[in-house]
Design a protein around this ligand. Structure first.
Ligand code: APR
Length: 183
C-alpha cells in the first residue's frame, strides 16, 4: 500500500501518529462551530497548546460569529511545536443525503486556502469528521485525498500535506484510498 503521492514537486504523505506532536507549519483541528473545544482532536489540541488557542477562537467568534461547517480559520499554536493551528468544522454524518461530501471537501479546501494565504509549506490534517461526527472512514478518505490532490496542483506555497492517522484501521483505510487514487 502506498504512503505517499507526488504531484509535481509537491507531496501528500500518510503517517500513523498523534497530530499534536507532528512536525509541520500548521496542524488542523477537527473543531465544531462554537470553537470552544470539545473531545477527540478538539480536546487534545487545546490541552497541549494552552489557553491562548481557545482565547483566540473566542475572539474570532465574538467578531465573526460561529464557524460554519466547511469553513476554516487560523490561530497561533500556543505551546504546541507548530506555529499555527487551522481550525475547521467538518460535517456531521447524517446518512449521506445532506451534502456531507461537499462540506467535507470544503473543510479540507478552506483549510488549505488559509495555509496558502499565510504562505505555509507543510500542513498536517487528522481524519476530519470520522470520529465523533460519524463520517464513514471509507467514504471520507477518497474525498479528503482527492480534494488535497486537486488543491496541491494549483497551490502557491503549500508543498507538503501530511495526513496523520491515529489508529491502524484509519491509516489502512487512507492507504487503500491512496492506492486507488494512484491507479
Ligand atoms: N491525533 C490524530 N488523530 C486523532 C487524535 C490525535 N491526537 N485524537 C483523535 N484522533 C482521530 C480520531 O480517532 C478520528 O479518526 O481523529 C479523527 C477525528 O475524530 P474527532 O476528533 O472526533 O473529530 P470529528 O469526527 O471531526 O468530530 C468533531 O468532535 O469533540 C469534537 O468539538 C469536536 O464537536 C466536534 C467533533
Amino acid at each position: 500500500m502506498a504512503n505517499e503521492l507526488r504531484i509535481g514537486d509537491k507531496v501528500i504523505t500518510l503517517e500513523r501518529g498523534d497530530i499534536r506532536t507532528v512536525e509541520a507549519d500548521a496542524i488542523v483541528n477537527a473543531a465544531n462551530s462554537s470553537l470552544m473545544g470539545g473531545g477527540g482532536v478538539d480536546g487534545a489540541i487545546p490541552r497541549a497548546g494552552g489557553d491562548t488557542i481557545l482565547e483566540e477562537c473566542k475572539k474570532y467568534v465574538d467578531e465573526h460569529g460561529r464557524l460554519d461547517p466547511g469553513r476554516a480559520m487560523l490561530t497561533h499554536g500556543g505551546d504546541l511545536p507548530v506555529e499555527f493551528v487551522i481550525h475547521t468544522v467538518g460535517p456531521k454524518w447524517l446518512g449521506g443525503m445532506a451534502d456531507e461530501a461537499q462540506t467535507l471537501s470544503s473543510a479540507y479546501l478552506e483549510s488549505l486556502r488559509v495555509a496558502d494565504h499565510f504562505c505555509l509549506e507543510t500542513v498536517a490534517f487528522p481524519s476530519i469528521s470520522t470520529g465523533a461526527f460519524g463520517y464513514p472512514k471509507e467514504q471520507a478518505a477518497p474525498v479528503a485525498l482527492e480534494t488535497i490532490r486537486k488543491f496541491l496542483a494549483e497551490a502557491e506555497c503549500v508543498r507538503h500535506v501530511k495526513l496523520v492517522l491515529y489508529d491502524m484501521r484509519t491509516y489502512e483505510t487512507y492507504a487503500n484510498a491512496l492506492d486507488h487514487l494512484v491507479m
